[in-house]
Design a protein around this ligand. Structure first.
Ligand SMILES: [Zn+2]
Ligand SMILES: [Zn+2]
Ligand SMILES: [Zn+2]
Length: 236
């Protein structure tokens, strides 16, 4: 299924955009549950699939070169975490479904747009090596697209601007995957790039899980979808 790794992350954003435009979901609780599920699924895929694969590819790289350096994956993961923290200064947390409705938006929120695009582009890259991640990113971006579109509509951003924003955002992840598969330069630095993306995914998914549990009150529905996300990733 070579095309599905491009199509799922693309369609999930467009679907989220359409759902927000036409169905206008009012139920915040279901959206929160979906977010919690997506965070847990994404984190599980990261630790069960991506993390072991990256360490493995790094070890092979070391053996092949007969160097005596130790694995540098860890430092790239930390760089990814710091990078995502910096991105969120610009996006105010839109990557994990955090938006604030106060003012009307009279022009394109460019900072938000660029930081979200960089985030989505990077996330697409390790999909070329681990196709399962396509589902993780797709499920992660679906509620984000619903929340962002609803936010823009409520902030009276022009319909054309919303369309442009969501359409470009939707294409960023498949473009990232395509670049990683076709650019020699990126294939060579796969370990480093994947390490950075793991850091991004760690930060994003744990923030999603954290922010979806208001006040640490016990919530059976949320706990259930979190466990469901783990089980689903385990059997992929
Ligand atoms: Zn996998
Ligand atoms: Zn937040
Ligand atoms: Zn993302």
């Amino acid at each position: 299924m070579p095309y599905s790794i491009y199509i799922f992350p693309l369609l999930s954003v467009l679907l989220g955009y359409a759902v927000a435009l036409f169905l206008k979901p009012k139920n915040k609780r279901n959206l929160k549950l979906l977010l919690a599920f997506s965070g847990s699924f994404l984190l599980s895929l990261t630790v069960m699939h991506l993390l072991p694969e990256v360490y493995e590819s790094d070890l092979q790289h070391i053996e092949g070169h007969h160097h005596h350096h130790h694995s540098a994956v860890g430092i790239y993961i930390m760089i990814g975490i710091v990078f995502q923290i910096i991105l969120e200064y610009l996006s105010k947390g839109a990557e994990h479904g955090h938006v604030h409705t106060h003012d009307h938006l009279h022009k394109m929120p460019w900072l938000l747009f660029f930081s979200l695009c960089i985030h989505a582009l990077l996330e697409g890259m390790p999909i070329s090596n681990d196709n399962h991640l396509a589902f993780g990113i797709a499920i992660h971006h679906f509620p984000i697209a619903i929340i962002l579109t609803s936010f823009f509509v409520n902030a009276h951003l022009k319909a054309k601007a919303i369309f442009f924003f969501m359409f470009v955002f939707a294409f960023m992840t498949p473009i990232g995957t395509y670049l990683a598969e076709n650019l020699e330069f990126l294939t060579h630095y796969y370990t480093q790039i994947a390490g950075i993306v793991i850091g991004i995914l760690f930060h994003i998914s744990s923030t999603i899980i954290f922010e979806s549990s208001e006040g640490h009150k016990f919530n059976l529905a949320k706990l259930s979808v979190i466990i469901l996300g783990i089980i689903l990733a385990y059997f992929m």
